[in-house]
Design a protein. Structure first.
Length: 382
């Protein structure tokens, strides 16, 4: 991974390269980015650039011995720490280096769930265990293999056991000579505060839709993918999210579309038994999935309202969502859309507060049915 593999973030890349050229290199840096946003790829490109012996003004050369080692993710002076699934109470991150290298080889926009899948640990909790501290200390005690920088790359320090965080504190405060610590997090506030306060923080900002759209135009669109403009708009500045939508491989979005159809069908049918069964099914999903679904529903009802106003420049819907909007035309009004958003916001807060999700979704379905019933009857849908 090189800087040129990272879409956008030009100011941040310029800051990193210029600091190396001026010799102003902070010994501990925290890269912050959402899942799949490219923070890990950016940190790796920076580590490569630090050790490139023939670096250019904007990127590593790609052909020096160090770059060749970084191409295979096997640089001797590069140490990795990342979450693993506990197998024996003794396994370490270095035991899964082959899987980790395969993961990195997928490119800069990898996601956490893909790492868990590669480990075979779907649904299991992964952590960076305290026992990693002794192994890391042992590795850092050896003499450096090269003349560049020794890099400690830690992915997702928010999943680190606190005992290890306390051990790393001394390393962050007083690292060995020519040792650089790079941490990459998806949840900045969840990283141990004593570590964060001692690190330089670099935050990836959401990309502009036009930057994402331009990048997508260089890739063939997937059979079931959405248009580049729509994918860019719906991504909230996250290139990986846009790419998955564009290629038609966003399972989360497809699942949300299916639930949208079932929820609307339940409000039309107005059968409590159907609502109860749907609420029970929704309760089996993870809290993150539940919150994401409620956020999606809120956006859809706003889009359906705009669809009724015939404002195509402000409407961002997939073909399936457009079909639903056409079916519901005139059912979503300025009055009931505000009530619907209020109900969804209440459900979101209850889910975030760990209220019984089965009860939350059943109550939500009942309230949506009551809110939408007058419009359904007026339009002859019910």
């Amino acid at each position: 991974m090189y800087f040129h593999d990272i879409i956008g973030h030009e100011a941040l890349k310029a800051e990193l390269t210029s600091s190396v050229q001026m010799g102003i290199i902070h010994h501990a840096q925290l890269f912050v980015g959402r899942d799949g946003e490219g923070a890990l790829g950016l940190a790796y490109a920076y580590a490569r650039y630090l050790n490139c012996t023939q670096r250019g003004a904007t990127d590593a050369c790609g052909h020096c011995p160090s770059c060749k080692c970084y191409d295979t993710f096997a640089e001797q002076d590069l140490f990795h720490l990342f979450p693993i699934v506990n197998a024996s109470g003794k396994n370490l991150a270095e035991d899964t280096l082959p899987e980790w290298r395969s993961f990195l080889a997928q490119g800069p926009y990898v996601r956490y769930d893909e790492w868990l899948s590669l480990l075979g640990g779907d649904g299991k909790k992964a952590s960076i265990f305290a026992r990693e501290g002794e192994a890391l200390q042992h590795n850092l005690s050896y003499q450096m293999a090269g003349t560049g920088y020794r890099i400690v790359l830690i992915w997702l320090p928010e999943k680190m056991q606190e005992a290890l965080g306390n051990k790393l504190l001394k390393l962050v405060e007083e690292p060995p000579a020519r040792t650089i610590i790079l941490m990459v997090t998806m949840e900045e506030e969840a990283v141990l505060g004593t570590l964060r306060s001692r690190m330089q923080t670099l935050r990836l900002q959401p990309l502009a839709p036009e930057v994402i759209e331009e990048a997508l135009h260089h890739i063939p669109q997937g059979t079931d993918g959405v248009e580049a403009t729509l994918a860019a708009h719906l991504s909230e500045g996250n290139y990986r999210v846009a790419l998955d939508s564009y290629l038609g491989r966003s399972e989360e979005h497809l699942s949300q579309e299916r639930y949208l159809q079932r929820i609307l069908r339940a409000t039309v049918n107005a059968q409590p038994t159907e609502m109860k069964l749907l609420a029970e099914e929704l309760a089996t999903t993870s809290r993150d999935e539940q919150l994401a679904l409620i956020t999606y529903l809120a956006r859809m009802f706003r889009e359906f309202y705009l669809f009724n106003l015939d404002l195509p420049k402000l409407n961002y819907l997939t073909s399936k969502e457009t079909s639903i909007a056409s079916y519901l035309r005139s059912c979503i009004t300025g009055q009931n859309v505000r009530v619907v958003e209020s109900e969804l916001d209440l459900a979101r807060r209850h889910i975030a507060q760990n209220v019984n999700s089965k009860m939350v979704f059943f109550d939500l379905l009942l309230r949506l049915t009551s809110t939408l019933a007058p419009s359904y009857r007026q339009q002859g849908i019910r």
